[in-house]
Write a protein that binds this ligand. Structure first.
Ligand code: ADA
Length: 564
């Protein structure tokens, strides 16, 4: 399943789910002579008993059947972490970053049988600034769905839907991006159907190989708003017509919700009403399947998250699988989504590829996830060098990039430099990662007050505050009457004290517990290898979703906080 709804009825789309041939590479540039494995797509190769810790290059091969001569479009929702795509032995596309989708177009593909080859690399090499050994695991493989599309001579690349409320009436601003992949100049129009009404977006003439956009704004009488309690969703069906033709040559279906997000003074407003976000940080990681989580287990995660009373998830520390975001749209879960970066030092941010890889990640995240009503906050650069003037400039650049693409959501960054932070003034929301009682003996209330005072004096005054991370580790099943460190009791105690205090503070508009589930960490490049079980054990459920004592503690607080 590619999305939780059908995205094309005109364009022929086929998911390439199933068993693919696989072989680890014999050498850096050598193609395999034979394929000794059959691996499922999507999946992480680490789920195979012989590849449990394989870090390297792997080749995936699949025979595909193209039913007619066409422009073949291959859509990859996530390959970890670098993909090189070959079509009939010819290099057809390259992409870096496990967590953002990309497409490869093969113009003029012939009808018949073809070979699709994907070279996948998950090594921590000099070419990778963002995937490094870290406090989560960079798995290998085709980790999210792949689809093959037989496209027409022109396609709708994407649609942007922006809702607004004017005088009690919902409006939609819609922009459709079109690509003319034919060899001739043509003119097009896009017709959309939304909430029972049809609209034509306008006319555009595009030269061969050219891209462009058509846009229109119109009222949508009678639609219902999307909110946490009643997440009303609408299909937005767009058809691409060559001028003068009645039948669409291509289509794209999106699913949207009517809602607005604003920061006003200390409040984050959803449709004008103040929010109190009660959330979890969540890594995409699940025992055995790694980061390639099947839909039924995504639903299980959301069932557990909602059982605690939580209403929000932070996709720490990268853009998430679109099917998870679709489920959040359906359930009214409010999402903070962020670009891919965790804990990079200034030296790591100076990596010659850092700026470009972040720019690509942000562009792909915002473009592809723009229409999810559940996403209410964009975040960047978790715990990077926001305490240095040079780092601050990089934060400024990345915020500016997002603002140029989307002004409809507030921006933030989760920072950990406490009394040395330099970026509070750049954000719409001040977000603090504070591990009182775990990494320090600081008292929860005292240390928070110090941070608050500092944030208010350095550009954060009058802004909403979010406690973006706090928590403690516990080894599942380790109970101890002395409530020692790593026991389930100690974790529950620390979360109890923290939630009691943070949820009672008027200026705190959100709390995100670190973390929802235990996750595997890498042994390379750092102190992460000292973590027991080579896992980050701060989950309130373990990697197989068995609840720890703290699950009930969180439930006690979150249910109260979000009741009504
Ligand atoms: C940081 C970081 C998380 C995780 C956490 C921890 O705040 O943002 O990714 O590493 O610390 O468990 O220490």
């Amino acid at each position: 399943m590619i999305r939780m709804f059908e995205t094309h009825r005109v364009r022929k789309q086929q998911e390439l789910e199933g068993m693919w041939d696989f072989s680890p590479a014999a050498g850096k540039d050598a193609f395999p002579a034979a394929y000794g494995y059959r691996l499922p797509v999507p999946s992480c190769w680490e789920q195979h008993p012989e590849l449990l810790t394989y870090r390297g290059i792997g080749f995936y091969r699949k025979t595909i059947h193209v039913s007619r001569a066409c422009n073949l479009r291959l859509e990859f929702k996530g390959v970890s972490h670098t993909a090189d795509v070959y079509f009939d032995g010819r290099h057809a596309g390259h992409h870096y970053n496990a967590f953002t989708p990309f497409a490869v177009v093969i113009p003029g593909a012939t009808q018949g049988v073809h070979e699709l080859l994907v070279r996948v690399d998950n090594t921590f090499s000099a070419e990778s600034a963002l995937h490094i050994g870290n406090d989560y695991y960079t798995y290998g493989g085709i980790i999210r769905p792949v689809a093959m599309e037989e496209a027409a001579e022109a396609i709708i690349e994407r649609i942007e839907f922006l809702p607004a409320l004017h005088g009690g009436q919902w409006q939609a601003a819609i922009k459709a991006y079109i690509s003319n992949i034919s060899g001739a100049r043509k003119s097009f129009t896009v017709k959309v159907r939304l909430a029972g009404a049809e609209h034509e977006l306008g006319l555009i003439e595009l030269a061969a190989g050219q891209s462009g956009a058509v846009a229109k704004e119109f009222p949508c009488p009678g639609v219902k708003e999307w909110n946490s309690k009643k997440p009303e969703l609408y299909l937005l069906e767009a058809g691409l017509h060559e001028t003068g033709t009645a039948e669409p040559m291509d289509d794209l279906i999106e699913r949207v919700g009517f809602r607005t997000v604003q920061v006003k003074g200390r409040d984050i407003l959803l449709n004008g009403s103040p929010l109190k976000l009660a959330g979890f940080n969540r890594h995409e990681d699940f025992g055995i399947v790694g980061c390639a989580i099947p839909v039924q287990l995504m639903a299980k995660d959301l069932d557990l998250i909602m059982e605690t009373g939580a209403n929000s998830v932070r996709t720490s520390h990268y853009p998430n699988d679109e099917r998870f975001l679709d489920l959040c749209d359906e359930r009214g879960i409010l999402v903070w989504e962020e670009n891919h970066a965790r804990g990079l030092s200034l030296e790591q941010m100076r990596h010659p590829l850092f700026a470009g890889q972040c720019e690509d990640c942000i562009r792909e995240m915002v473009q592809n996830h723009f229409n999810h009503p559940s996403i209410i906050i964009w975040g960047i650069l978790n715990e990077c060098a926001s305490n240095t003037t040079e780092g601050r400039e990089m934060y400024r650049t990345q915020f500016a990039q997002i603002r140029a693409m989307d002004t409809s959501r507030p921006l933030t960054t989760a920072c950990c430099h406490h009394l040395e932070e330099l970026c509070h003034d750049l954000c719409d929301i001040v977000s603090l990662n504070i591990y009182s009682k775990w990494y320090s003996e600081n008292k929860v209330d005292e240390f928070y007050h110090l941070n608050l005072k500092y944030a208010e004096a350095t550009g954060g005054a009058g802004k909403p505050i979010i406690l973006s991370e706090f928590g403690a580790a516990a080894l599942y099943g380790f109970r101890d009457p002395a409530r020692v460190k790593w026991s389930e009791e100690r974790q529950a105690d620390i979360l109890d004290t923290s939630l009691e205090f943070y949820l009672g503070r008027e200026e705190i508009k959100g709390t995100y517990i670190w973390q929802f589930c235990d996750c595997r960490v890498t042994e390379e490049n750092g102190w992460f290898k000292t973590r027991p079980r080579t896992h980050n054990n701060k989950g309130v459920v373990d990697d197989y979703r068995r609840p720890k004592l703290s699950f009930e503690t969180v439930k006690k607080h979150y249910r109260k906080a979000t009741a009504g």
